[in-house]
Write a protein that binds this ligand. Structure first.
Ligand SMILES: [Zn+2]
Length: 118
């Protein structure tokens, strides 16, 4: 199952309602919680270059690096811009990574903590 779909099912199962990919928000966040002014991105570790040494998916490409590296760097820069812009607009952002979603490591807790901080 694609990580984004897995997160959608999980969040739905936790009883939260959300909208998908609002085009009027920077970066078209994967899940949008309008009443809470919060958004969740589910990032693929390769495309968005997960900067975690424990990540087994976000390896840098071994072939055709002249093509891939600038492209991936642009993705990372764009993500940072989107997050900064969302923050300026008053939205809180949670980024979930593909490898964490697949391993399910603390994902439910992180989502709950994000949506319902104590
Ligand atoms: Zn990862």
């Amino acid at each position: 199952m694609k990580p984004e779909l897995a997160v959608r099912r999980l969040v739905h199962g936790m009883g939260y309602r959300y909208r998908l990919h609002r085009h009027d928000l920077p970066g078209r966040p994967d899940l949008v919680f309008p009443g809470r002014q919060k958004v969740i991105f589910v990032h693929g570790c390769f495309w968005h270059q997960h900067a975690d040494s424990a990540c087994k998916i976000a390896h840098s490409p071994k072939s055709n690096r002249a093509y891939w590296l600038p492209k991936l760097e642009r993705n990372v820069a764009r993500d940072a811009q989107h997050e900064a812009r969302l923050a300026e607009l008053g939205w809180e952002v949670l980024v979930l990574w593909e490898c964490d979603v697949k391993a399910r490591t603390g994902i439910v807790e992180r989502i709950r903590e994000f949506l319902e901080p104590r």
